[in-house]
Design a protein around this ligand. Structure first.
Ligand code: FAD
Length: 403
């Protein structure tokens, strides 16, 4: 940030504020996805793709990525200001999360010049939607055991096997995937390779899966003699595990470089305050109940703590004792908090909390119930909370390995 003046940043912030004030869409007559993991209809997809494109074209997504690859060539401080403005006006989520959040930074970090030129702009503009093929039907947390087979044949790899829980698999043009190139490697990790895979080649089929919310959002993806260009290999053959671990650092917010914006709608405790004011128990607002007030305050304090943690993580002198503590805790803390605060919002409604969207007596049209069920997604996707706890235990606290 050394060559950026505060005046530049202030002007940029004002422009971003004005743009989001003017251009953030209002309520729609269809349900907008609360996270990038629940885009189930073409209407939702088209709407969110248009939104991402317009944010990008206005200069408020990828502002810190290099100009040569379609970015804005500004600083992370600029992008953070743009994201704050987007949050202030409660703009819809950014659709192409796997592109903007983890494939893009990965390509900027270790991609070839050709990769960067070919893929980065399409990621920002949402022209090219990306998905992630890590999990398999029998290997989720145990990612190192992935079995999708890739056999080199000239300039191509031939893929056979299956991936599952592929978020936006049915809309994606490309997938980042982990495949087994050498089943005889001395250990399971050494047999893996990481590839950028076009989803449009013959032999790749996606089948939608319905979630507990009733919405779609992910697929099972089948590969049957699918031939993909070998130039999509990231790193060398057999180095896939290291590339996957780097990807997960972006995915879990342990490493920066993402294009900006947000991909999950955060619950603001002040919205719950409104809910607690208007919801009645024995004729009185539930907010009058001292226990509820106490719990409410805990959530407000916790939100402040999470926000301050985000700020602190950016200041190395404040993290000298355990530099990886905040980055490695980030996903666990934020996703579990989101689940708990939505659970609390439903609890305030008493028996009415059981009504779901489209049911006549549902409070706020069932928003909280849907938000609660969706909040589980992020506690599982990208590594479950149990796995995150293991990571914090081993890598921050120095506890013995689980296995
Ligand atoms: C909404 C959503 C979107 C997703 N999107 C994608 C995607 O786009 N791409 C993709 O590749 N995957 C995706 N996933 C899959 C996700 O990464 C896996 O579901 C997750 O890693 C867990 O794997 P699993 O489902 O096989 O469960 P398992 O690994 O079978 O785990 C079952 C249970 O055992 C626990 N467990 C397992 N191992 C341990 C251990 N060592 N210590 C303690 N507890 C353990 C887990 O925490 C879990 O509670 C998505 C999942 C969801 C829910």
């Amino acid at each position: 940030m050394s060559d950026v003046s505060q005046k530049d940043l202030d002007e940029f912030a004002q422009e971003a504020d004005a743009w989001f004030a003017e251009n953030t869409p209002g309520e729609q007559d269809f349900m907008l996805p609360l996270t990038f993991m629940e885009v189930g209809t073409d209407q939702q997809f088209d709407f969110l793709r248009d939104w991402q494109r317009s944010v990008y074209e206005a200069g408020y997504l990828g502002a810190a990525w290099p100009k040569a690859y379609g970015g804005g060539g500004l600083t992370q401080a600029h992008q953070d200001l743009a994201t704050a403005a987007m949050r202030k006006y409660r703009g819809p989520i950014i659709l192409n999360a796997i592109g903007t959040g983890w494939t893009g930074p990965l390509l900027l970090d270790i991609g070839t010049e050709e990769h960067k030129k070919k893929y980065l702009k399409g990621i920002l503009s949402a022209e090219d939607i990306w998905c992630q093929g890590f999990s398999e039907p029998d290997n989720g947390s145990d990612l190192g055991n992935a079995q999708l087979r890739a056999v080199r044949d000239g300039d191509e790899y031939v893929l056979n096997g299956s991936k599952i829980w592929t978020t936006n698999g049915h809309y994606a043009k490309y997938m980042i995937l982990l495949a087994r190139t050498n089943p005889d490697a001395p250990n399971k990790y050494a047999g893996l390779s990481f590839m950028l895979c076009p989803m449009t080649v013959p032999g790749i089929e996606t089948v939608k899966i319905r979630k507990l919310t009733g919405e779609h959002g992910f697929t099972q993806t089948f590969f049957t003699d699918a031939r993909i260009p070998a130039d999509g290999l990231m790193g060398k053959e057999g180095e896939g595990w290291n590339v996957a671990m780097l990807t997960l650092q972006y995915e879990r917010n342990a490493k920066g470089g993402q294009a900006g914006g947000y991909v999950i709608t955060e619950t603001d405790p002040l919205e719950i305050l409104d809910l607690a004011r208007k919801t009645k128990s024995a004729g009185k607002p539930v907010l009058d109940d001292p226990v509820v007030r106490d719990q409410m305050m805990d959530f407000i304090i916790e939100t402040q703590a999470l926000n301050m943690g985000r700020q602190r993580a950016k200041l190395p002198p404040l993290n000298q004792d355990r530099p990886m503590a905040l980055p490695l805790m980030s996903k666990l803390m934020h996703t579990e908090y989101a689940r708990r605060i939505n659970e609390f919002a439903i609890g305030l409604q008493g028996a009415n909390g059981a009504y779901y969207i489209n049911e006549p007596n549902a409070v706020d049209a069932g928003y909280w119930h849907r938000s609660y069920l969706n909040a589980f997604s992020a506690t599982i996707g990208g590594g479950t909370s149990q796995i995150q706890r293991n990571i914090v235990g081993e890598h921050v606290l120095g506890l013995p390995k689980t296995r």
